[in-house]
Design a protein. Structure first.
Length: 412
């Protein structure tokens, strides 16, 4: 079995991590930023030095190909994303990018015969930290986004994804020429940190992902009446924040007791108006994030929440709205690819757990056009999207070794 180079993995990850706009405050590498450009230049030089064919597609996905012996055989893709959340960690996305680069490098260095070409991909704007929706690079790649859609995705300054890509030197008008169809790719593998505490708690070095959760994100707005905090009797108030607090408590209850053990729901962001100490809140907007590997769990929680929003609003004399912000369906990964990963892990004597992913990933989008597999490595204390995000290098190398040998298995 082939083995990756731990020192090179460390070097490449630390180099990628250095392209960071918030040193000392976590890791921030937003799409189309100067840090993004430096990361692409680093990946380009590393791949070109190995003789890989390098290109950046019209929306900013970085792609590099190691040619196989059969030019007519569909390639196998591997990789992850290089953007981060604001003040995030150094491993989310980057670990999978470094792992894919390392796998192709070892295969080229050791002249391993492969029939199918291997294509390393670093997706753009997976997190949605700049332009909202998230998974933009993979959605564009499988035809979920048109050029017009890219013009409607804007950042906080009102700049569209389309304009930002053009300013970055890309030509998003050519997107249609790069969209993948069924049969264009044999398989896709992604290594990622778990971002949860399951593997770390169980001291298991490898997760083999069987399914990725579906996600539904809602924005609830409650409108009552702002008024003086001292002169308005309690029975005459139309307090939007108190109503919101009741609904938020119900969201937790609903996910815990009204759905499945795989269902989770979170209220992560609240806007309160006018947000003044001595004024009764007249308007509140908050987000709800519902996730499950079962569509029925998401649908049930959504329906119950909508009913509760109506009930509380009617009871308190409030106006309300519940708007869809974004959604993705649960996906089951390819048993064929999962079996290959498991077989490799067993040959390497690596203890593993077959598990589900509670986070969304670019891989989920690619299931529409090809067979997909995912490898998880443990996150220390389950921390992610934070500066403290970390993984033992030995665990990362174990994941890289499994990825490398699974790619060879599929490519031969």
């Amino acid at each position: 079995m082939l083995e990756t180079n731990l020192e090179r993995i460390k070097h490449n990850l630390e180099t990628l991590s250095s392209f960071n706009s918030t040193p000392g405050k976590g890791y921030t590498r937003l799409s189309f930023s100067p840090e993004h450009r430096k990361a692409l230049d680093f990946l380009s030089k590393a791949c070109e030095s190995m003789g890989f064919e390098v290109m950046i597609d019209p929306v900013g996905n970085f792609r590099a190909k190691l040619k196989g012996s059969d030019p007519g055989a569909p390639p196998i893709m591997c990789g992850s994303h290089i953007d981060t959340v604001l003040y995030g960690g150094k491993l989310d996305g980057a670990a999978g990018v470094v792992a894919a680069l390392e796998a192709l490098t070892v295969i080229k260095e050791q002249n391993v015969p492969i029939r199918h070409s291997l294509e390393f991909i670093a997706f753009v704007e997976e997190e949605g930290a700049s332009f909202g929706g998230g998974l933009i690079g993979s959605k564009a790649l499988v035809g979920k986004y048109t050029v017009e859609d890219l013009k409607n995705l804007t950042n906080d300054e009102g700049l569209s994804f389309y304009e930002a890509a053009k300013n970055f030197g890309l030509n998003p008008d050519e997107l249609e020429d790069y969209v993948l169809r069924k049969g264009d790719v044999k398989a896709l593998l992604e290594l990622h940190i778990e971002q949860g505490n399951v593997l770390y708690t169980k001291s298991i070095p490898l997760g083999i992902v069987e399914a990725i959760v579906g996600i539904k994100q809602l924005a609830v707005t409650l409108t009552g009446k702002a008024n003086h905090a001292g002169t308005t009797p309690m029975n005459l108030r139309r307090d939007a924040l108190v109503a919101a607090s009741n609904i938020i408590s119900f969201v937790e209850h609903c996910a815990k007791h009204e759905a499945f053990d795989t269902t989770v729901a979170t209220v992560g962001k609240i806007w309160c108006f006018p947000n003044v100490t001595n004024v009764i809140p007249g308007k509140v907007t908050f987000t709800i994030d519902i996730r499950d590997i079962k569509t029925e769990g998401i649908q049930r929680v959504e329906q119950l929440i909508k009913e509760e929003v109506k009930r509380i609003s009617d009871e308190r004399g409030l106006q309300y709205s519940v708007n869809l912000v974004g959604e993705s369906d649960p996906v089951k990964l390819s048993e064929k690819v999962v079996s290959v990963i498991q077989r490799v892990a067993e040959k390497l004597n690596v203890n593993f757990l077959r598990m589900n992913s509670g986070a969304g990933h670019d891989s989920a989008l690619l299931t529409e056009v090809t067979d997909v597999g995912m490898i998880f490595v443990p996150s220390i204390e389950g921390i992610s999207h934070a500066p403290e995000e970390d993984t033992e290098y030995e665990d990362l190398k174990t994941g890289c070794d499994v990825l490398l040998n699974a790619l060879v298995d599929l490519a031969q």
